[in-house]
Design a protein around this ligand. Structure first.
Ligand SMILES: [Zn+2]
Length: 264
């Protein structure tokens, strides 16, 4: 697990597995933890790491309902979890699903020492909407709806840090992943990239759900590569995967995308 300060009020922790990111955002005496690292020792280390860095944790947030982003309660069991309205619906419709997927992952990778994941009473955030943070200097996090990777999700825009926390979009290590079985769709994914582009333009830092934080220039490059990839998929063309994202795993993701996209 690596911890990177991208702004005085934003720390990003990158998990040793899938480079899943977890972002701590603070404003004065309040702070949120968005998404989560994966391994038990990473989750155990998180409270002390944030305390030493002076990042209070008033609540937990998640970009979407895939299990690998929902583990914050294992580090901060007393804090409640806020998710976008679409994610709240998804989680309510399939209770126990993240826990089941987590158990499968742990069994596959012989991971031991996991506590039981209870998501508790998660809160549905108004989407689009704003969340106030801090009691003296009050700042606001913006919540914007996104869709395409799955049928649910939000991105968080941190205006005072010019940081976009964008969940499973704009990853430097993963090609666009269209999870048809979780409501993802190629067309929605493309629309999301168009809608994200003004936010990416305004940002100093973009934190993808998987991979290290990106500069504005790199995020814009990835956005263009991802759009080109999706356009190729739509046209049914022989698609070349973007540079640096051509591993056997990414080729399998591509095969899966082809299978779940409508043929032209
Ligand atoms: Zn993910």
């Amino acid at each position: 697990m690596r911890a990177l300060a991208v702004h005085e009020d934003v720390i990003v922790v990158v998990s040793g597995v899938w480079q899943t990111t977890c972002t701590a955002v603070r404003s004065g005496d309040e702070g949120f933890v968005i998404d989560s690292p994966i391994l038990p020792d990473e989750l155990d280390a998180l409270p002390a790491l944030l305390e030493q860095a002076g990042f209070p944790v008033s609540g937990l947030l998640a970009t979407h309902g895939d299990w690998d982003h929902l583990l914050g309660k294992l580090a901060f069991p007393e804090r409640s979890l806020g998710v976008g309205e679409s994610t709240a619906k998804r989680l309510s419709a399939a209770p126990g699903e993240p826990q089941r997927r987590l158990r499968e992952f742990d069994a596959d990778w012989y991971v031991e020492g996991r506590r039981r994941l209870g998501l508790g009473e998660f809160q549905a955030l108004p989407t689009p909407g704003r969340i106030s943070i801090g009691s003296e200097t009050v700042n606001e996090l913006e919540v914007h709806p996104v869709q395409g990777h799955t049928g649910d999700g939000v991105v968080f825009w941190v205006p005072w840090a010019e940081t976009l926390i964008c969940g499973d979009y704009l990853s430097p290590v993963e090609i666009p992943m269209i999870s048809g079985e979780s409501g993802g769709s190629l067309e929605a994914y493309r629309e999301t990239l168009f809608r994200l582009s003004p936010l990416v333009n305004r940002s100093a830092t973009v934190v993808p759900g998987h991979g290290t934080p990106l500069t504005n220039e790199r995020a814009l490059e990835i956005l263009a590569e991802d759009l080109a990839y999706l356009n190729g998929l739509t046209a049914g063309a022989d698609v070349t995967l973007p540079d640096g994202r051509r591993s056997a795993t990414q080729k399998r993701v591509h095969e899966h995308n082809v299978a779940s996209s409508p043929s032209p």
